[in-house]
Design a protein around this ligand. Structure first.
Ligand code: GLA
Length: 731
């Protein structure tokens, strides 16, 4: 196996080489670990780029004696401690037993291992022994027994470096961690912009690209989930970086709780990116001998634009984060009853929906919210994961049998982390709900959260969910989470450890997910949080797909899915055709446009197909046949963002097979105009010399023509005209 992690002869400079990038750091004579480079390969020691300016009010370490130019405040550092004269954002902050807050980390030793490290209890990138290497660099505080081990997982072929930190207390007194970031990346030179993904419920992952202002810019969540409002991913790019050219760096947090991404442009114009658990909701006591390991960040670099970076992340997440039977398998086309019935259903209604779905070719029926406890609306029932036999007469087994007899698989909805006050669970275990004694808890959608730090809660949920999953032939679980978290308090922790609760909540959640996904390896788990409120690589480790948004409006979805595509692979995006006028926006879009948008994901339907006209039903049959034909190309091919729906007049994307022998171009033209010239779009990723025939026509083009001259899109007729063109190589 090729070695991608090397050191110089003095063992002070560390190089990580991936396919197209070089990452370099160096421990100097004072033991300070400086960051030298993350960028294109240079075959050179990059320390020549370090400058040592004499900057007023940037102090010097004591050992530097009368050198005014050696300052932790101006040097690029690999993992910055707080309180020691580096006034930029820190990566780690510790309160020691004497109340002081400082951490001066100096290099101690290193180790290179085969394979990729794992993190107990947390999701992380995985790889075989031969696919990866791990670099461990041990740093130690100069005055206390705090050691920080920086872990670098290297998947060189995928241009991926993962980072996390293991913080050990090898001293004799307790210490309190008040910040422990996963990534600290200093970039001392160059102009950079940043891209983050913001939004709200039903409008997730809107893209925003901004110049870096002096000072700190932030994208974060304190909601206890990664959130609809900001996504735990970030891009840094050079101002001239486009889809197809220029330098960019992407960082994605493998975590589903509160997070903070901060970027500081300091007094000298140098950039520092810090990403990790949000410190506002984090205070972790480390007793002597204890270790805290941060979640990890995935880091990738491209100097051929954002498209390459997205392809790298798509491959990493699909092949090294997602797991299980469905990781690479074709996903069932499902029909979900939520928008068809909301809470108002019974066995008969569901069978009626299933019957038509089966006739038209759907693979699976998913029974959404409302099948359990007293759940006829959103005010009651959560926590009572027992079938409501008034609604489902004959029980779940009876329903599932009938659905299976129609040739459909069956899936079911849970919202495990929640409890309604009007529920048997709450009446028997009010202490399991999260609330601060003496205060009224905040209610959201009328519900409270279960204390996922309490092992009894986890055991209970494991038991009731296992019982349901074993009670009938269930092939899919939709794991929902419909509120943000506050009122942090748990009786399971002593007062001084309450600050551990938000992270311990995540550990409890991951533990439950782990136990259930292991116990039911044949079940496809889909994540959800009011749509895409917990769309992150952490959840994707357990659930290979996530319901992308509660907004099923095809036009809006082109924007949401565009933002989602920068990091997350198409197979992870749960996406359905729904009824018009759309339930979230009232917009009317053609059924063909709803389908092409939903096909850029894990495809399904979310309506009662019985209400469609004969013509529409024939169209649904065609769509299903299309997704069966193109599904593998869509999920295994490379995805290209051919237009930007935020600014362009159309949303067009394509999927190109690995050997560039086929391409599917899909999307929609937003608005029509009279006497308009047909729009054109240039394709990418084809082979210039190959000849491609447009399916259903005699038209043949060379790859070079399609990539340079482009292809004409269909004539717009009405708004939201669908586009779906399939081209294959002819020899
Ligand atoms: C959330 C989900 C929806 C649906 C409802 C049910 O909003 O995102 O798809 O499951 O909950 O209450």
């Amino acid at each position: 196996m090729a070695i991608h992690v090397t050191t110089n002869d003095q063992k002070t400079t560390f190089c990580i080489e991936t396919k197209n990038a070089l990452y370099q750091m160096q421990a100097d004579g004072y033991g300070v670990l400086k960051h030298l480079w993350y960028g294109a390969k240079t075959d050179c020691d990059m320390s020549y780029l370090l400058d040592y300016p004499d900057v007023g009010f940037s102090g010097n370490i004591y050992e530097a004696e009368n050198q005014r130019t050696y300052s932790l405040d101006t040097l690029p550092l690999e993992y910055a401690g707080a309180g020691i004269g580096d006034y930029r954002i820190s990566a780690i902050d510790v309160v020691h037993a004497d109340g002081s807050k400082a951490l001066d980390l100096r290099y101690k030793n290193y180790e290179i291992r085969k394979g990729k490290y794992a993190i107990t209890g947390l999701p992380a990138v995985y790889a075989t022994e031969d696919e990866a290497e791990t670099l461990r660099i041990v740093l130690k505080d100069t005055a206390t027994g705090i050691e920080v081990i920086l872990l670098y997982g290297v998947l060189a072929d995928l241009d991926l470096i993962t980072r996390c930190a293991e913080i050990r207390n090898i001293g004799e007194t307790p210490a309190i961690l008040t910040k422990a970031a996963s990534l600290c990346l200093d970039i001392p030179h160059g102009d950079w912009e940043w891209v983050h993904f913001y939004g709200r419920h039903t409008m997730e992952r809107q893209i925003e690209r901004l110049p870096l202002l002096h000072g700190i810019q932030e994208s974060s969540s304190v909601r206890g989930t990664s959130s609809h409002q900001q996504n735990p991913t970030v891009l840094l790019c050079k101002p001239d970086c486009t889809e197809t050219m220029g330098e960019c760096i992407g960082a994605a947090f493998v975590y589903s709780g509160s997070f903070q991404t901060q970027i500081e442009c300091d007094q000298l114009g140098q950039i520092r990116l810090v990403m990790g658990i949000h410190p506002e909701l984090f205070r972790w006591t480390l007793y002597p001998g204890e270790v805290f390991t941060t979640p990890e960040v995935m880091l990738s670099y491209s100097n051929t634009g954002l498209e390459t970076l997205s392809h790298q992340f798509h491959k990493i997440i699909r092949e090294h984060v997602c797991r299980g039977k469905y990781q690479l398998a074709e996903r069932p086309i499902l029909i979900n009853n939520w928008e068809a019935t909301y809470f108002d259903f019974n066995t008969e209604k569901i069978l009626h929906i299933a019957q038509e779905a089966s006739r038209l070719g759907v693979d699976m029926l998913v029974l959404d919210d409302g099948w359990f406890g007293k759940r006829d609306g959103d005010v009651s029932g959560l926590g009572d994961w027992f079938v409501n036999e008034d609604k489902l007469v004959g029980g779940l087994g009876n329903l599932v049998e009938k659905i299976k007899a129609m040739g459909l698989q069956f899936g079911i909805w849970f919202e495990p982390e929640m409890v309604s006050e009007d529920s048997n669970l709450y009446r028997s275990h009010p202490d399991w709900a999260i609330r601060i004694p003496g205060r009224n808890p905040n209610r959201s959608r009328f519900q409270l959260l279960l204390d996922m730090t309490n092992p009894d809660v986890i055991d209970y949920l494991y038991q009731v969910m296992s019982d349901i999953l074993s009670s009938a032939d269930i092939s899919y679980v939709k794991w929902d989470m419909n509120r943000s978290i506050c009122d942090w308090y748990t009786a399971t922790l002593s007062p001084e450890r309450q600050g551990e609760m938000p992270h311990r909540y995540m550990l409890g959640l991951y533990d439950l997910l782990d136990r259930l996904t292991n116990a039911f390896p044949d079940v496809l788990f889909e994540g959800c949080s009011g749509g895409g409120g917990r769309f992150d690589a952490g959840m994707l480790y357990y659930c290979p797909q996530i319901w992308c948004s509660d907004d099923t409006d095809a036009y809006e979805r082109t924007k949401i899915q565009y933002g989602t595509s920068f990091f997350y692979p198409i197979s992870t995006v749960g996406s359905h055709v729904s009824i018009v006028p759309n339930h979230q926006t009232g917009r009317i879009t053609p059924i063909e446009s709803r389908a092409v948008t939903a096909m850029a994901g894990s495809f399904g339907y979310e309506l009662d197909l019985n209400v469609l006209t004969h013509g529409e039903k024939e169209e649904v049959k065609k769509q299903i046949a299309q997704f069966k034909a193109y599904g593998s190309l869509i999920h295994n091919g490379k995805y290209y963002r051919l237009t930007n729906p935020m600014t362009d007049k159309e949303a067009i994307w394509s999927f190109v097979s690995k050997d560039a022998s086929e391409v599917l171009v899909q999307g929609m033209l937003f608005h029509t105009e009279p006497n308009m010239v047909r729009h054109m779009v240039c394709l990418r990723g084809l082979s210039p010399k190959k000849k491609y025939q447009l399916s259903g026509t005699e038209m043949v083009y060379t790859g070079a023509a399609l990539m340079n001259g482009g292809i004409l899109l269909p004539k717009a007729w009405g708004d939201y005209t669908p586009v779906s063109m399939y081209l294959t190589e002819i020899v």
